[in-house]
Design a protein around this ligand. Structure first.
Ligand code: MN
Length: 487
């Protein structure tokens, strides 16, 4: 990677920008990092360049790209933030400061998780661009993960899947989310990754191209008749989302029919609906799978029409219909939003409503537990946070029950559970918990142990294993009790 590649790419999006400052930032970074090397043996400057390049790819602004080049200077070199401020101004220095703060995480385990989550939200609330730099930095670190020891590799991959990827999704930067997820998937579940990757390649090459060609031929004629110029691309879903779907629904690869979607790009919104009409007139739609994200965009700003039809040969086929601008928005999320905003009216960066909400909550709440509790946004769509009466926070998978909670708190509490109180109301032990629930477990010391029926509804492997262990125990205890009498 060279600075010229970055400058050229940046000029594609901002043809009139004065990019001399990028060269200055490069020279400063080169001087500051000197002969430092990465674990991989590569010169350190390569990490700075790659980070900046990812930022250019997601259409970040000039200050963000400069800060991307400089991001590791205060942490890893003899130069300080004040040096950066002197040469590049307070805006760039502020971004680098945000990154430096974000990288200082004190705790381990669940505390570490909470701390980094809180820090991410705080940084976002101050300046969203800090998070973009952090994502770019993390993506390059993930790409060079091979040179780290296994344990560290897995820790970073897990943290990325649990914190970074969901936040990227929340900001609508799907391109980064998917890239991060697939790399983490490869490192955390190498066997499943390899298997899926192989199937994917086979299916992709043999089947998809022919199928897309067939659809393209049909659509070409119809769209020409209607006078709508269009662009059709076939896209396979990224591996990790297919893997998640297989896990969630307990299905095999061949049973997941929406492994790819066809994307149709048309000039304007009216054409989107016209295109939808054409597609529905050609193939029978599945009414349960139509979504109008143009009329009702997703919270992260995503806009598109989605429909699944029974295409040629009755094959269920998903179409995503959108304009060029919507397509950029879907890939680059909040970053593209700024880009279009600046291009159209030169106005300042608009933050989505929920960011403002986070800032407000953050101002009102000093306590981390409260802070997370109050953030009701669906950041972790497959995780929930619940609270013990003492105010401790526990994160559980979606659909978890009071019994899952009980075993996460303590094995004895699980074994002795006889009832639950959720938000001050008596609840059944198999009730699904929700984000922010306050859960109290009623225990009885004399309870002989877990019930076999609990295995039918618990969601966590912790609870499953502990129930099984303790069931065995009680059988064993019974036998022991019986033995003296038999004798
Ligand atoms: Mn870095």
């Amino acid at each position: 990677m060279t600075i010229n590649q970055i400058i050229n790419k940046f000029k594609e999006n901002h043809p009139k920008a004065d990019t001399a400052i990028l060269e200055l930032a490069y020279e400063f970074t080169l001087k500051a990092h000197g002969s430092q090397k990465r674990k991989s043996g590569e010169p350190y400057i390569q990490h700075c360049l790659h980070t900046a390049f990812v930022l250019v790819q997601i259409k970040a602004d000039l200050e963000t790209v400069i800060a991307g080049l400089l991001h590791d200077i205060p942490e890893d070199t003899e130069y300080a933030l004040t040096d950066i401020e002197k040469d590049f101004g307070s805006e760039v220095a502020g971004l680098v400061e945000g990154i430096t703060k974000l990288s200082k995480i004190k705790y381990r385990g669940i505390e570490r998780y909470r701390e980094s989550l809180r820090k991410m939200f705080l940084a976002m609330a101050r300046d969203l661009r800090v998070i973009l730099i952090k994502f770019a930095d993390r993506l390059h670190n993930l790409r060079t993960l091979e040179s780290l020891p296994l344990e560290k590799r897995q820790r970073i991959a897990k943290e990325t899947l649990e914190i970074y990827a969901p936040i990227a999704g929340l900001l609508g930067i799907m391109k980064l989310k998917w890239q991060m997820e697939d790399i983490c998937f490869k490192h955390l579940y190498p066997e499943s990754y390899k298997k899926l990757e192989y199937k994917y390649e086979v299916e992709k090459k043999l089947e998809q191209n022919q199928y897309i060609q067939k659809i393209k031929n049909t659509l070409n004629a119809k769209f020409r008749e209607a006078g709508i110029p269009f662009e059709l691309t076939g896209r396979f879903k990224h591996l990790y989302s297919i893997y998640q779907k297989m896990q969630k629904k307990d299905k095999k690869f061949d049973e997941i029919y929406d492994v790819f979607a066809l994307r149709i790009i048309v000039p304007n919104i009216a054409d989107c609906y016209k295109a939808l009409g054409i597609i529905h007139s050609l193939w029978r739609p599945n009414p349960g799978r139509f979504k109008d994200y143009i009329a009702v965009p997703k919270p992260n700003g995503y806009r598109s029409l989605h429909t699944t039809v029974f295409g040629p040969g009755g094959k269920p086929t998903e179409f995503q219909i959108r304009t060029q601008e919507m397509d950029e928005g879907a890939k680059y999320g909040i970053a593209a939003h700024w880009y279009y905003k600046m291009k159209s009216d030169g106005s300042s960066r608009k933050q989505p409503a929920w960011i403002k909400e986070v800032i407000k909550i953050q101002k009102e709440t000093a306590d981390t537990h409260d802070f997370i509790k109050k953030i009701k946004f669906d950041v972790f769509n497959d995780r929930i946070f619940v609270f013990s009466p003492k105010g401790d926070v526990f994160d559980l998978p979606e659909g978890a029950t009071p019994i899952d909670f009980a075993y996460v708190v303590h094995t004895d509490i699980g074994n002795q559970a006889v009832g639950a109180v959720v938000n001050d109301k008596i609840a059944s032990l198999d009730q699904e918990l929700k984000n922010g629930d306050l859960v109290e477990i009623i225990t009885e010391k004399k309870r002989p142990g877990p019930s076999r029926d609990w295995l039918k509804f618990v969601k966590t492997s912790t609870a499953k294993n502990k129930i099984k262990q303790n069931l065995k125990h009680s059988v064993l205890d019974n036998i022991k009790r019986l033995i003296p009498r038999i004798k």
